[in-house]
Design a protein around this ligand. Structure first.
Ligand code: A3P
Length: 322
């Protein structure tokens, strides 16, 4: 059971009344609130506050952090298969990923666990615990920032994030409202107004942290993962302290993990075609094209120039480029 808008805590309601607002993407009735420099829905903010207050990180925890629509579902599947590869061989017929959506196997903190319960009981999670979040670095619970837990950060070319997000939000719009205007939401995206946006600040927070603290923060892009999946999977295994043994390499463990997590495999599973998350979202909503560069089919030359210029300006001097 998720908290409804009228069940928000008094603390959250009082905070909301002090925050600046913008209209959201799904409809003009959905409001986004700016908290600690980033945009959230009211219900989500309740999850953020509870998570900040109650989540106690352990040094062995692994946190997947992503900008929404960057390939979270894919990386969740990869991390789950990687960390559980002894318990569940990626080639076995009853691998949990074949009958569960990755979001069920590796739950989100603030938009799921801490939205259902202010202080959920996490004692059933075996070590190393694997969670995920979209929280910007500045908003991570203090216990995460103070611990030695490992953060895997995934982002994506903002032009593809934008198109993926636009397509995703269209699925939640009522039929009579029709498709979200690409131009309207593009304007918002460029102003940084999107869920967990501005995207540039989200990325830069983790980029800087990964440079300062490479032992604990692994920075990865969807494009890098698409281009050299085996290299990055092996690097992820090293980073997480569970490198592939020569025997595993010889037995093609890396390929087997990539295969079970591939877009073709996952998007064609019954659970992902017909299943739903407890929140009511269809699992199929997380699988669209799974390609790099689909923005070329949607954005005008002017839009591309505008977004490229924003990226250049905002990321200037950081070393991060798209
Ligand atoms: P597109 O909309 O560009 O197709 P998230 O999981 O963060 O919500 O991101 C969703 C994006 O990741 C969608 O991108 C989706 O198709 C893509 N995706 C989902 N599963 C994938 C997989 N196994 N491999 C590659 N991309 C995947």
């Amino acid at each position: 059971k998720y908290i409804k808008e009228d069940e928000l805590s008094q603390e959250c309601k009082s905070l909301l009344s002090t925050l600046s607002t913008e209209s959201g993407w799904v409809s003009s009735a959905t409001t986004l609130y700016n908290y600690q420099g980033f945009w959230h829905h009211a219900r989500q903010l309740q999850g953020v506050l509870s998570c900040q207050k109650h989540f106690q990180a352990q040094d062995t925890d692994i946190l997947l952090v992503t900008t929404p629509k960057s390939g979270t579902t894919w990386l969740k599947a990869i991390l789950f298969s990687l960390l559980n590869r002894t318990r569940f061989q990626p080639t076995q017929d009853d691998h949990p990923l074949l009958s569960n959506n990755p979001h069920t196997l590796e739950p989100f903190l603030e938009p799921s666990l801490y939205l259902k319960d202010e202080n959920p009981d996490l004692s059933s999670f075996a070590s190393p615990r694997l969670f995920s979040t979209h929280l910007p670095y500045i908003s991570l619970p203090k216990s995460v920032q103070d611990s030695k837990c490992k953060l895997v950060y995934l982002c994506r070319n903002p032009k593809d994030i934008f198109i993926s997000f636009w397509a995703y939000t269209n699925k939640f719009r009522l039929q009579d409202v029709g498709t979200n205007s690409l131009e309207e939401v593009f304007k918002k995206f460029c102003e940084g107004v999107s869920l967990y946006g501005p995207f540039w600040d989200h990325m830069l927070g983790y980029w800087h942290e990964s440079l300062k603290n490479p032992e604990n923060v692994y920075f990865l892009t969807y494009e890098e993962m698409k281009e050299q999946p085996d290299l990055h999977l092996r690097k992820l295994a090293d980073f997480l302290g569970c490198p592939f043994s020569p025997k595993e390499v010889k037995e093609n463990m890396v390929d087997a993990i990539l295969k079970i997590c591939s877009f073709d495999n996952m998007s064609n599973l019954k659970v992902n075609k017909e299943g739903k998350l407890p929140s009511g979202i269809n699992n199929s909503a997380f699988f669209r094209k799974g390609e790099v560069g689909d923005w070329k089919n949607y954005l005008t030359t002017e839009m591309v120039e505008r977004l490229d210029k924003i990226c250049e300006e905002k990321l200037d001097g950081s070393g991060l480029k798209f």
